[in-house]
Design a protein around this ligand. Structure first.
Ligand code: ATP
Length: 273
């Protein structure tokens, strides 16, 4: 199927460079394909190739400035997935290493753009009726020009049921998804609220010091994280509506983007990075 659609790449044109990350199934490398800088995700064994092909098939259908773009695949020595290179790595590391060092004012401005980029990528998925299921700052990557893009569509499915609950990212997953496996765009919206919290706490682990079972139980009982120290009240209220227990009461990504734009309209003009 992939060969027919032109997603098969030629391994002789690929140069692998240094290791830049570790995924669940194998390493991620920097590389070059016909003069273009790329990232190459590899897998070690054939058993998981199927899961990767699934991820790839979803990715071929997605083209948006705020989603990490697939360039193609090479089904050799397992599988190589070639995507655009996001030189500044994932958002968690980015926030941890650079977040606080920036001047406060600019930090807030940049975060405004970053959360809007993520929201726009997610609005695109929402329109396509695709559920991400694993939206978190670790799955947002930063490009050389500081664009934030959503990555890791491994769990993305058009259908809304999962059988394997064991590996769910508990601290990012909505209660109805944890309990009843009800994944939807609205459960992605919940995760987006947690991502906002991560941004404003400079890449801290959500629900600090709480165990996964504690998080499950307390969130179900109505507990919500407090606003991070540097978080404006307007942003915190966005988090809170993303964390409504009733999925219908959470906003859509479309609505969230409108709110973010309104908020930006009331700020001074600034640099984009
Ligand atoms: P997990 O399932 O635990 O989220 P994974 O198996 O899906 O991990 P990735 O998240 O895709 O693996 O990749 C692991 C790391 O490699 C990322 O956190 C990031 O730092 C780096 N990485 C992945 N893709 C790219 C890319 N396109 N450009 C630059 N770095 C990347």
């Amino acid at each position: 199927e992939l060969s027919k659609t032109g997603w098969l790449l030629d391994i002789t044109k690929l140069q692998l460079g240094e290791n830049i990350g570790e995924g669940e199934f194998g390493a991620v490398y920097k590389g070059e394909y016909m003069g273009q800088k790329v990232a190459v995700k590899t897998i070690k064994c054939d058993v998981t190739a199927q899961a990767f092909l699934q991820e790839t098939t979803v990715m071929t259908k997605l083209q948006h400035k705020n989603l990490v773009r697939l360039l193609g695949v090479i089904p050799q020595k397992g599988l190589h997935i070639v995507t655009e290179l996001m030189t500044k790595g994932n958002l968690v590391n980015f926030l941890r290493t650079r977040g606080r060092s920036l001047v406060q004012f600019h930090t807030l401005q940049r975060q405004t753009y970053r959360r809007k980029y993520v929201c726009e990528g997610m609005e695109y998925l929402e329109n396509k009726k695709l559920v991400h299921r694993d939206l978190a700052a670790r799955n947002v990557l930063i490009s050389d020009d500081n664009m934030a893009k959503v990555s890791d569509f491994g769990l993305t499915r058009v259908d809304f049921k999962v059988s394997d609950n064991a590996k769910l990212p508990v601290k990012w997953t909505a209660p109805e998804a944890l309990k009843k496996e009800k994944f939807s765009t609205k459960s992605d919206v919940w995760s987006y609220g947690v991502l906002l919290w991560e941004i404003f706490s400079y890449g801290r682990q959500p629900y600090p010091k709480m165990s996964l079972s504690e998080v499950k139980e307390r969130v179900e009982g109505g507990y919500r994280m407090e606003a991070p120290v540097d978080c404006p009240p307007s942003v915190y209220s966005l988090m809170r509506i993303c964390w409504e227990i009733e999925p219908r009461r959470r906003p859509t990504f479309h609505k969230l983007r409108e709110k973010l734009e309104q908020e930006m309209g009331s700020q001074n003009p600034v640099l984009r990075s």
